[in-house]
Design a protein around this ligand. Structure first.
Ligand code: OTU
Length: 661
């Protein structure tokens, strides 16, 4: 394995420059013979601009053992093929995005996340629901895994058998392209998963490996004996200790142990083999050319393994992303990357390229810490831990941003840093235990109806499953038939989403949250799902409930109105453009989360969110600190702020977005 540290940086720079020059001349000839004049010129310009950003990490990754110039020639030819078959509409989109590269940071952006079958049956069905999405203000649609996946358990589609085919139950590749076009015409950007860490054991690469093809056997990490697996296991955690213990599986067809971080049918790819890097690049470009604008790169922390470590967040995992980023930019510059890296807060911003020296990596990353801290705040009715944890996080580098979210298809793992907890007088382990008990509904006074996921009594670790409505108390209030509790619970769900929409970054609505859908139970008898209670929070869309979304007396109507209000207020609030920097603030009320946003052009914003069940207020001195002498509330129709007795009131379980009047 190449050890990047031993490569002399000056030598690398010289090699990068020399190689770029060689390749650029050849590629620009080739481009001119294959592409329209302007497209060829653009390709050549991008190649010159971005190829060095790919070669640098590729030399570090592969330079010690492989022929990097030969690899680079192959990669450039893949890029030429891709740009040569890119449609005129997508070439136009490339142009538009190069003019406005920060499009995904705009305050008008609102994301929606759903399963195709659960939302609308098929891809054609989704096309029939665009009005529903437009009404919510959606500009970004993440369709959960929809590519061909294995029969039987498939980890919700994350066990892909063919990256170039759609799951036949949902439609065809042609349907996907048609949907992408329809979305683009509605100014909605399509986001799809690229599962880069592993394939299904039924993928053609894996089948050929099983048939004895050495080229494909080298795509995976296989071991003839337990010696190395045992050595790795000594420092490896388990992602699914209940349902998929261990990180290696004996595969009879290989007569070997194969690395399986997740389930036994998900074989980890071996990225120390440059063929695998090149193959996955081709799959990414294929999807890009179908009209996908955002690639959600699944499980990226796991792509590189190093003995004696937890095999996550290795420097090489970042170099892989940097190289893919630079190459995809050459052939499909409209496409951006979203990192799915659910990692400790100190490791996250690196996936946006924040290293000792900044590197283009992913444009977006899930703000897992904000999500966890939101749920911590409403359970504890206390914002000290969130304030502490969030103020310690480094900001995203310019041109990148967070996706913010309240719920997703996965469980909630309590990423509470022990040092952050200690700093506010909490014990990290005990607080994580409190959150598990609270959201599993075991804690006295809990309003939540979640369940423990991967409960591990040996370590005391667990995570939580359940829909946002179930976790926020709406299910409990409906069961109890208690209007006061219901009012509180609806406010609680909306205050979490007001933080998500108002923090900065691209907010995601997880399908069903806008209608307060409760936990799903049908999975318990489904052989492909049972044992995995994450299906609890992957409900089927309830279109009858959706039909009540304008009924101001119905729960659905109250919640849906809240979401429409947040999206509309966000669109009107330039201070929420993602280029502004977010910093949490300490206030004199432990129930009110406060954050300031400083935008270089449009001025500041002060966010306030009261997570307590009663009205609270904060010292109005904060307005002067943030330079908002004449603040108005963007969440309250731009009404001037009602300072009374030197305090800014914040009603129970509600939020305010204060901006310049
Ligand atoms: C992802 O999650 C997906 O979101 C899951 O639905 C999949 O099961 C999994 O990958 C395998 O494809 O560990 O508990 O840091 O946290 O990749 C979920 C990233 C997971 C991991 C994440 C993974």
């Amino acid at each position: 394995m190449a050890d990047g540290q031993s490569t002399h940086p000056g030598a690398t720079r010289a090699r990068v420059a020399e190689l770029t020059e060689q390749l650029a001349v050849a590629a620009s000839h080739e481009a001119r013979s294959r592409l329209a004049r302007r497209d060829a010129a653009a390709f050549a310009a991008r190649l010159e601009r971005s190829l060095p950003d790919a070669l640098d990490p590729l030399i570090r990754l592969y330079g010690a053992e492989h022929d990097v110039p030969a690899l680079a020639r192959r990669l450039v030819s893949t890029l030429l093929d891709a740009v040569g078959s890119r449609s005129d509409e997508l070439l136009e989109l490339d142009h538009r995005r190069e003019i406005g590269p920060d499009w995904f940071l705009d305050q008008s952006m609102v994301g929606y996340v759903c399963y195709v079958d659960r939302f609308a049956g098929t891809l054609a069905g989704v096309r029939g629901r665009l009005d529903y999405l437009r009404e919510l203000g959606v500009t970004y649609l993440h369709l959960m895994p929809l590519l061909a996946s294995r029969d039987g358990p498939d980890d919700g589609g994350y066990a892909v058998t063919d990256y170039r085919a759609v799951d036949p139950r949902l439609g065809t590749m042609a349907d996907l392209e048609e949907l992408a076009t329809a979305l683009r015409n509605s100014r909605i950007s399509l986001c799809l998963d690229v599962v880069v860490n592993h394939t299904a054991s039924e993928h053609a690469w894996a089948r050929r490996a099983a048939e004895g093809d050495e080229t494909y056997r080298a795509y995976y990490r296989t071991f003839d004996s337990r010696a190395l697996p045992d050595a790795y296991e000594a420092s490896l955690p388990e992602v699914f200790p209940d349902t998929a213990p261990g990180n290696f599986t004996y595969a009879e067809e290989l007569d070997a142990w194969v690395w399986t971080t997740f389930h036994d049918y998900q074989w980890d790819l071996d990225y120390s083999n440059p063929d695998v890097f090149a193959a996955m690049l081709a799959e990414m470009l294929h999807l890009a050319n179908r009209g996908v604008e955002v690639l959600r790169l699944d499980a990226v922390p796991f792509t590189w393994k190093r003995l004696g470590t937890d095999c996550q967040n290795q420097p090489e995992a970042h170099w892989l992303l940097q190289a893919w980023r630079a190459l995809v930019r050459i052939a499909a510059p409209a496409v951006i990357f979203k990192a799915e890296a659910i990692v400790p807060p100190g490791q996250l911003v690196q996936y946006l390229g924040a290293h000792v020296r900044q590197r283009a990596e992913c444009e977006l990353a899930y703000h897992n810490q904000l999500m966890v801290m939101g749920w911590s705040a409403v359970a504890a009715r206390d914002v000290r831990l969130p304030t502490r944890a969030l103020e310690r996080m480094r900001p995203p580098p310019p041109g990148t941003g967070w996706v913010t979210y309240v719920r997703c298809h996965d469980d909630i793992g309590w990423a509470v840093d022990d040092a952050d907890a200690a700093a506010v007088g909490l014990d990290g382990f005990a607080h994580r235990g409190f959150l598990n008990a609270f959201y599993a509904g075991e804690h006295p006074g809990s309003f939540a109806r979640g369940e423990r996921f991967q409960d591990d009594p040996a370590t005391g670790d667990a995570r939580i499953s359940g829909t946002a409505a179930a976790l926020a108390g709406i299910t409990q209030a409906l069961e109890a038939g208690d209007d006061t509790l219901l009012d509180q619970a609806i406010r609680r769900l909306l205050v979490l989403y007001a933080v998500c929409f108002g923090w900065g970054g691209l907010p995601l609505i997880y399908m069903g949250d806008e209608l307060a859908l409760g936990n799903e139970q049908s999975w318990r008898t489904d052989p492909a799902a049972c044992g995995d209670n994450r299906w609890l929070h992957r409900p089927w869309m309830d279109w009858q409930a959706a039909a009540r979304r304008h009924d101001v007396d119905a729960v659905e109507g109250r919640v849906h109105a809240g979401f429409r209000h947040l999206a509309a207020a966000r669109r009107r609030t330039p201070a929420l453009h993602g280029a502004a920097r977010t910093r949490p603030l300490w206030t004199d009320d432990t129930g009110v989360l406060a954050w300031r946003r400083d935008h270089p052009r449009v001025g500041p914003m002060l966010g306030l969110a009261n997570v307590a069940d009663e009205d609270r207020s904060v010292d109005a001195g904060v307005l002067a600190d943030v330079s908002l002498p004449a603040a108005v509330d963007a969440l309250d129709g731009d009404a001037p702020v009602d300072v009374t007795g030197g305090r800014i009131p914040v009603a129970r379980l509600s939020a305010r977005w204060l901006v310049e009047g």
